[in-house]
Design a protein around this ligand. Sequence first.
Ligand code: MN
Ligand code: MN
Length: 466
Amino acid sequence: MGEELKEKLFKGSETGWEKLSNEEKEVVYNYSQNYMNFLNKAKTEREFIAEAKKEADSRGFRDISQFESLNPGDKVYYINRDKSMYLAIIGNETIENGINIVGAHVDSPRLDLKPNPLYEDGGLAYFKTHYYGGIKKYQWTTIPLSIHGVIVKTNGEKVYVNIGENENDPIFTITDLLPHLAQEQMEKKLKEGVNGEDLNILLGSIPYGNEKVPEAVKLNMLAILNEKYGITEADLTSAELEVVPAFKARTLGLDGSMVAAYGQDDKICAYTSFTALMELQNVQKTAVCILSDKEEIGSMGNTGMESEVFDYFISELLNKTGINRPNLLEKVFCHTKMLSADVDAGFDPIYAQVSDKYNAGFLGKGMSLNKYTGARGKSGASDANAEFVAYIRNILESNNIKYQVAELGKVDIGGGGTIAYILANKGADVIDCGVPLLSMHAPFEVTSKYDVYSAHRTYKAFWQSY
Ligand code: MN
Ligand code: MN
């Protein structure tokens, strides 16, 4: 009696694994393997966009500049300075009635090289860095690191750098103090234990030739870089070189149920939504996928979501479908629905004290919806309207997709935000909808393969709905 009533009235909170058949598990594991393979090829925003372009091209998507006009079924994209990308499949229904957006970000916390990075001290050469995004600095010492990015010469030539991923490549690291001499360091607050100015990448130790020139180790590093890339020290000032963990994405756990990898915030939502779009053919509402940059540092600048470039892309869709007129863009946004696809803080039993366990996202329990984000009294929150939450719940429930509605940590413990508010400010209905993650922003982040696949199904179902 009570059991039956409970079944009917309670929300239910069992893990998603319990109800999976062996065949379904196989699908989850295979999809997650592809996800991990992709992560190994796309550790930075530029690499993600390059891989996404290749895949989109092979699936019949074309740069918007190649279309004179757009018709239902057309697949189109716009790449913004190699760092962010917007893709669309034109729907059967007029764009005037609104579009369905899934928006994720492809940048992740990392260490950027400073504009003048190279120096020599104590017979060793180093690259100085400036950290990007919210990191716990101590986590980035004594791990293998790789260097990815571009160096642009004054003639416009672009040199692509990727050192430390290939098994035969050297890797780099940031050293830390031995415990024997770390008494003073160990007394410091954790956030002061490793200084931002001390996040220097150990680069080399052999001086150039046997000449007694000063800074001979630095000279040798420049000689190697010059031979390999044809660059000089000044060329490093017009470069974007990003230092990321050199380790590969791996299956985690005796049961193989989890993924441990760098950059899952937010490449997990970027990958699961992007691959969902690739699988779509005909959609009723125009389906738009956002792969944005600079989310980790506030979405500013011409590749961040705060820029007008996305509006320009939608305006171009309106121009090329031949329906544009004054204020139509604003109307489109007011009728738009969006999933802000970003990770959620997963409940970590070791640090249970920061979560309200009745309102936390758990690994393996499916999509994590955050009705609102923000901090303290919902300050800065993008708060989804109840009507829209119900609309999304209906899509999830009618497609048999497990979900949980959570918030990021206990009240007054901290908080966070995503790109949700940016589109919500334009008039769209937006809800945060992503994957719960452990060790967020660490060099090695953890997710459940069940949730990886649930995210993929969710984004696909959302675009197919109308
Ligand atoms: Mn994120
Ligand atoms: Mn983040």
